[in-house]
Design a binder for this molecule. Structure first.
Ligand code: FES
Length: 163
């Protein structure tokens, strides 16, 4: 087992675990994330889970950073929160901001995290990207591709799992 300090709490996780697994094992620690899912491969492409790791020069993605003995991780430090807020701003640049009329309004992880980590207004004034829908079969809906934040969960869900 590897022991790390997560927001001041000692957490033990099996060797090979990621910081995100340690957060799941620790009581009351939530690291915001989109692309991470415990049953899917790790893509680490949304960057929403950035945390402050002591001695690391820049914020690290919790879902793809392996734990090491004695590691000190802060998920709510000024550095971590600033990184998470910056990622949220980036993700919302091209995302429509019309939650009240969206079918997913009220049950949307992006909306929930935008409330916690997003700003009250956007600095982006340019035209937003529009992506036309595609028909890729009955399992994946691509009706609202302008809302996609490229977490690739749907892609990984559809991939054959490693043997
Ligand atoms: S959840 Fe870690 S990069 Fe997406």
């Amino acid at each position: 087992m590897i022991e790390i300090n997560l927001d001041g709490q000692q957490v033990s996780v099996p060797e090979g675990s990621m910081v995100m697994h340690a957060a799941e094992a620790a009581a009351g620690t939530y690291i915001p994330h989109f692309c991470y899912h415990k049953k899917l491969s790790i893509a680490a492409n949304c960057r929403m889970c950035l945390v402050d790791v002591e001695k690391a020069p820049k914020p690290m993605p919790a879902c793809a950073t392996p734990v090491t003995n004695g590691m000190i991780v802060r998920t709510r430090s000024e550095k971590a929160i600033k990184a998470q807020q910056s990622v949220m701003e980036f993700l919302l640049i091209n995302h429509p901001l019309d939650c009240p009329i969206c079918d997913r309004g009220g049950e949307c992880q992006l909306q929930d995290l935008a409330v916690g980590y997003g700003g009250s207004s956007s600095r982006y004034e340019e035209e937003k990207r529009v992506v036309l829908h595609k028909d890729v079969g009955p399992l994946i809906s691509m009706e609202e591709m302008s809302r996609c934040i490229h977490c690739t969960r749907c892609v990984r869900f559809g991939q054959k799992s490693p043997a």
